[in-house]
Structures are given as structure tokens and as C-alpha cells.
Design a protein around this ligand. Sequence first.
Ligand SMILES: Cc1cc2nc3c(=O)[nH]c(=O)nc-3n(C[C@H](O)[C@H](O)[C@H](O)COP(=O)(O)OP(=O)(O)OC[C@H]3O[C@@H](n4cnc5c(N)ncnc54)[C@H](O)[C@@H]3O)c2cc1C
Length: 563
Amino acid sequence: MHTPSDEARPSIYYNYKVHQPWLASQHGSQPRHKVVIVGSGPAGMVTALELARHGIPSVVVTADLQVSQGSRAIVFTRRSMEILQQVGVADRMTDNGLPWRFGNSYYRGQHVFRMEAPHDPDDRFFPMLNIQQQYMEEYLLDACEAQPLVEVRWGNKLTSLTQHDGHVTAEIDTPEGPYTLETRWLVAADGGRSSIRSMMGLQMEGASYEGFFVIADIRIDLPLPTERLAYFDPEWNRGNTILMHREPHGIWRVDYQLPKGESPEEALRPESLKARIDAQLAMIGFAGKTWEMDWCSVYSARTLTLPDYVQGRVLFTGDAAHLLPIFGVRGANTAFQDAQSLAWHLAFVLKGLAGPKLLANHSAERVGAAREIIHEAGKSTRFMAPPEGGFALLRDAVLSLSLSQPFVRPLYHWRTSRPHAYTHSMLNSPGDDNRLFTAGPAHGAPPQNIRLAPNDFLLDHLGGGFDLLYFTQAPAMPEALMAVVNRARARGIPLKVLAVGAAQAVAGADLTLADADGHFRQRYGVPASGAGYLLRPDQHVCARWLTLDATRLQAALDMALPQ
Ligand SMILES: Cc1cc2nc3c(=O)[nH]c(=O)nc-3n(C[C@H](O)[C@H](O)[C@H](O)COP(=O)(O)OP(=O)(O)OC[C@H]3O[C@@H](n4cnc5c(N)ncnc54)[C@H](O)[C@@H]3O)c2cc1C
């Protein structure tokens, strides 16, 4: 019998809510579900909310009775915020989070590099926003509870599963004992230690790095701005690295590398934590300042991924699919992109708008993204915590040279999580004009946001399906183009038409966006009327044309929805 703790987790700033377990005896017989999602972390909840946006109901089963322990992911990127905007929680994140865009690196006490993350006037969100993962999960949970197509079952732990032709059966254990669930698709969003991955005997590929880091969240009043602080080879932790981040509610994260050979158990002893945090505070000029511990943990860096996220009718996503180092804020930020991708691909297959090839595409695209991240994060990891030999030698050479040679300082640049461009996606339209454009988002890229008015942006207006941006100053959309649009809609394909550039509403378009100063056209590299962009339901570009006609639009839609 599964007996999750019903005691609220300890925290000095966050009040954990303990939810009631979902018990089968209090509900009627169980139908075969379309989608069951295992896990209510960021990957599970965003998948559920995105599926609901596409009209697909899901059941989320989750082992615990409360949101996750400790702050865990605290830094969220602009692209994550754009995805969270789609599922309705971005405002709560920005209202309660701390935006930032600067980072400072110190070597042996000397300031050697100031990083500035670009912030374009066309962007709605800051490059980074700090807020603890519990708050983010709480906002997602509230959105799930307000969404009739999502059912969250607390205290429901998957203990086994069997795949059949066309469906999966899962044994779910609860505080009153087990019951069986049947589902057409099962989403494994059960985190880094995924028991589903183990049950299915799946192996991840990649590397695990030596060395441990301690994460400690402390409450302290430090008069410092919200900027990322990195200390290399500091006097109290020779040869190692320390990071600091400000979090909401007067909390600071101190993240330090352990000397070689020290075990996590030793490092988490209260005396050891206190000595090191006091030493760090003294080094940055706050010796003797009082602080209080909220949560601490130890982690090591891993760069691992499953080679395929579609395993029959079981679909892996988030940390269950890959394990990424947190340098560069990869974990949760990647999970959002995974979830957004999985949801639209799965929804379109479930609705019969595309064949199973579309799910294969999801896996190929997201495994490609994980491999790119692993490549980048591997570089960050080898810089932050170099393994022995050549890597340590090179890192130390960069660090010491940086004291006298400004040209090496940009090597400190922190490679941050960024959205993957699906440049080689099989959904991209081969017969379009992608290569003829000299600006604007290319094949597979996420869209470039555009500020339309002080508080009005392009991404606020994209729909839940495909979006056609058509650049025109004519009073009406071309009839032949609209015939293709209407045929697609009649098949059930959600397709929104946004006319860009006309002062008056363009007949046939769902929305007209004026572009009096030509700024939109310039950002999208559009020289003249008649050009267009087709965005997929995850907003990535799958086709763009300098001259769009009905045949080309039809070809692009056929390409993007393989049968
Ligand atoms: C110490 C630490 C610091 C981090 N810092 C950052 C950071 O700064 N930035 C960043 O982007 N990421 C960070 N991460 C990573 C981030 O927390 C994870 O990448 C993110 O939570 C992954 O989301 P997920 O939904 O895939 O998995 P999880 O959040 O782990 O969720 C898994 C869910 O599955 C449930 N579950 C597990 N097994 C079962 C089962 N058998 N049956 C039912 N339910 C089950 C769990 O209860 C949980 O709800 C950090 C992680 C840690 C541990």
C-alpha cells in the first residue's frame, strides 16, 4: 500500500499545501483514458495544460501529496516564460519573480567579467526570472485545477505497466490499495529517477561528471541586486567554484563545489554548511551577518539522454527522458520545451490529423535538442568543475590569464539554456523560400516576438494551432489562399490567419496587425507584400515565403502533418 507523507514539508518561506489523495473507491468505474501522465512536476503539468489547449483530456497521477521539496529550479528563461504564457501562468511568475540580465564573474577575488544577456525592446519577458520551483508548480497546479480537461490524482503511484496493442495498462497504488488504469498513451514525466525508465529496462546515453556541488538556500538580507554571481578559485574554497543567486522572499542560493574526496554526507553536516556559508559571506563583505537555513541538497552533473523518447505507447519527457547539468539552467527550462512539443504532436495524432510519423518527429526533434544541450552543457560543466588533466589545465590558464588579458574574459560567458531550432525537422517545407530570406526566424526557429503597442506583443496573439502570418496591404486575403485555409479547417486543423501591415482590418484574416513603421516586416525580413510565415502549434517556423500562393501553403501543411 502506497502511503505518501501527509506532513507538510518544512520551509521557512513557503507554506506547503497537503492535498487529499484520490481514491478509486470514491469514483465510478474507470474508462480507458486517452492520455495518462505520470508525474506532476513541470514536465507533467505543462504537458497536461498544453494537451487541454489542443482539446485533449488527460489524467495526471502523482505519487506525493504536495509540490516538490525545496526550491530546485530557480531560474527561468524568456522562452520558458513564453511557453508559460501559453498555459496561463506567466503573469503570476512575473508578478512574484525577480527579473535579471547581468552576471558577474570573479577570479581569486578580482572582478574579471560582466555578462549582459541581451534584452530587446521587442521582448515581453526578461532574459531570466528567478522564482522558486514550488511557486511555479503551485501556479501550474492552479491552472490544472481550473482546467476541466485535466484531472490531478494526488497520492497515486504507478507501480507497474504493460503495453498492449493500442493501449497501456498501469497498476496505480494508493493509500487504500491498488487499482488498474487503462490508457491509449502513457506519458512518463516521473523525473530523473524515473521508475518507468527502470521498469522498461531503458538505458540512457552520455556521461556523468565527477565532483559534487552543495546547494543551500538561506534567508539573509543582502543589499545586492538580482545578478548572477560566480566565484572561481576563491580563497576559502581553493580550486573550486561558487555560485550565488537571489530568490524571492529574502532567500539566497549559495551553490558551492566540494573539494575532491569529500562525501555528500560530510558536506551536509550542519557544522560544515555553517563554516562554508560564513566563509562565503565574509569573502563578499558580510562577515558575521545572521542567516537561517531553509533547504540544502547535493548534486553532481550528468549529461544523459534516452536515444528515443517514444517507446511504443509510452512517451518520455522532462527529466525522465534526459538528465542535464543545472549549469546554464537546463532542467526545468528544457522540460517546458519538451512538454510543449510532446503535447501538440500527440494531440494531432490522437485527433487523426497526422500519422504516427508525427510522434517519431517529436522524438527526433527533442532528442536532437537534448544532444545539443548536452554538448553545450558539457562545455559549461568542464569549465565550472573541470575533470582532471587537460580540462583543469586549460580552465586554470583561462582564469589566470583573465587577470591581465581582457581578450580571454568572454570565455567566462555562461552558456545559458536557449530554445533549440529544429533546423533539420522533417516538418520544414523544402519548397519554400527559407534560404532567400536575409532576416527573421528561419526554418525550425521559435518566433521573434514583436512589440505592437506598449503592452501588446505578437506572441500574445498566436493561437493554439498553426498560425499563418501573411504580409499584405490589400483589403482582403487572396481567395485561393483562403480556400486552402478553409479546407484545412474543415479537416479539423486549427489554423489562425494574421494579416500584417494593413491599416484597416483585412477581410478573411482572423486578426490584422498594423505595421505603420514597417518594423515587423523588417524584423521578419519581408521586402514586399505577399510574403508569409507558417508557424507550427509550438510556434516554431515550418515554412516561409517571399511570395506565398495557395499551392505552396497546401504543400507546407501537408509536409507539417505527415500521414
Ligand atoms: C537541487 C536541484 C536544483 C535544480 N536547479 C535548477 C535550476 O536552477 N534551473 C533548472 O532549470 N532546473 C533545475 N533543476 C532541475 C529541475 O528541478 C528539474 O529539471 C525539473 O523539476 C524536471 O521536471 P520533471 O517534471 O521532468 O521532473 P520532476 O520535477 O522531478 O517531477 C517528477 C514527478 O513525478 C512524480 N513521480 C515520480 N515517480 C512516480 C511514480 N512512480 N508514480 C507517480 N508519480 C511519480 C514525482 O512525485 C513528481 O511529481 C534542479 C534540480 C535539483 C534537484
